[in-house]
Design a protein around this ligand. Structure first.
Ligand code: UT7
Length: 316
């Protein structure tokens, strides 16, 4: 069975910065409450000229450029999202048409909420390994600002918009492992029935408890499957929901805090975009170099979870 490695990454961040102080003018909250409870200091929202599609397209274009491949090399196009502009066409189809990717490739969206990007990588791996195709484009993109109730301080302070993408390619390298899972429940709801069906609602405490138990479980599984521990990888990229979740996991696992990347202070929780945005930052700021191993862990709505131990191979 062949595995996959990362060849190039990209991200797209909307232009409108929304600080905690900006939110404190709208709802009864404060920079102090938000930053101490979550680590979030600001997030980005799309302005009137930006959409989920435009972010996904920009991130995808940058990832293809960074991979050194041509758009015609892409053999699968997957976008992970829960906040696409339309139910159909999918965001992946919008990316395909705008970037003029080939027409003879599987092109579709995946909804596994905050685990979606890693679900996308694993689905792409399966498709690449069963076909003659060598490369896949996997995007995580959200415009969560359009799903927020700006009167609900318990949720509107948490989320932001953004997109990240990666081009992955098949490899004979054996150092790869993945884990996926789900435990269906309604702890996080969006676009459901109710008085305002579009809003995100969340049982924060239940999700916090879930997150702090599932991250170590994913990391343990990856270690068992691959033989590589946190100490062997350059970085652990967890879904950026809350700084306290990551700090709790570091303490519980007695892990080196330096290994765990955090950027929720600048972006908030961008669901499916959170892991690939962090990945792209690490690649572009030189913290992840060609040949490095990394662990990525997603968790959230569904409830779902996903982990991957994967090599960043760099440009083809
Ligand atoms: O991407 C999906 C994954 N999502 C997550 O991982 C989220 C996991 N959960 C969390 O991160 C935390 O549970 C939250 C950050 C969402 C909430 O933190 P908490 O420590 O669980 O706070 P809480 O919900 O228990 O609220 C504590 C108090 C309440 O007031 P009372 O009842 O004690 O008087 C809330 O009404 O804080 C109040 N509160 C706020 N106060 C100021 C809730 N939101 C706010 C706010 N500003 N924005």
């Amino acid at each position: 069975m062949k595995n996959v490695e990362i060849l190039g990454t990209g991200r797209a961040i909307p232009s409108k910065v929304v600080t905690n102080d900006d939110l404190a003018k709208i709802v009864d909250t404060s920079d102090e409450w938000i930053s101490t409870r979550t680590g979030i200091r600001q997030r980005y929202f799309c302005d009137e000229n930006e959409t989920a599609d435009s972010l996904a397209i920009e991130a995808a274009k940058k990832a293809i450029e960074a991979s050194g491949l041509s758009k015609d090399d892409i053999g699968v196009c997957i976008c992970a999202t829960l906040s696409g502009d339309y139910a159909t066409p999918s965001m992946a189809c919008m990316v395909q048409s705008t970037l003029q990717l080939r027409e003879d490739i599987a092109t579709f969206d995946v909804n596994a909420a905050c685990s979606g990007f890693l679900y996308g990588i694993e689905i792409a791996r399966g498709m690449l390994c069963c076909s003659g195709e060598k490369y896949a484009l996997v995007i995580g993109c959200e415009q969560l600002s359009k799903l927020l109730d700006m009167n609900d301080r318990s949720t509107c302070v948490l989320f932001g918009d953004g997109a990240g993408a990666a081009v992955i390619g098949v490899t004979d390298d054996a150092t790869y492992a993945s884990t996926l899972g789900a435990r269906g429940g309604q702890e996080i709801l969006a676009n459901g029935p109710g008085p305002d069906p579009s809003n995100i609602q969340m049982d924060g405490k239940a999700v916090f408890k879930f997150a702090t138990s599932i991250i170590p479980k994913c990391i343990d599984e990856l270690q068992k499957k691959s033989g590589f521990a946190v100490s062997d990888v350059s970085k652990v990229v967890c879904h950026q929901a809350n700084e306290r979740i990551i700090d709790f996991v570091i303490r519980r696992m007695k892990a080196d805090p330096e290994k765990f990347y955090k950027n929720m202070d600048r972006y908030g929780n961008t669901s499916a975009a959170s892991v690939p945005i962090a990945l792209d930052e690490l690649v572009r700021n030189g913290s992840i170099k060609d040949g490095d191993l990394l662990m990525m862990v997603g968790f959230g709505g569904g409830l779902t979870w996903a982990g991957a131990l994967i090599r960043y191979a760099g440009k083809k």
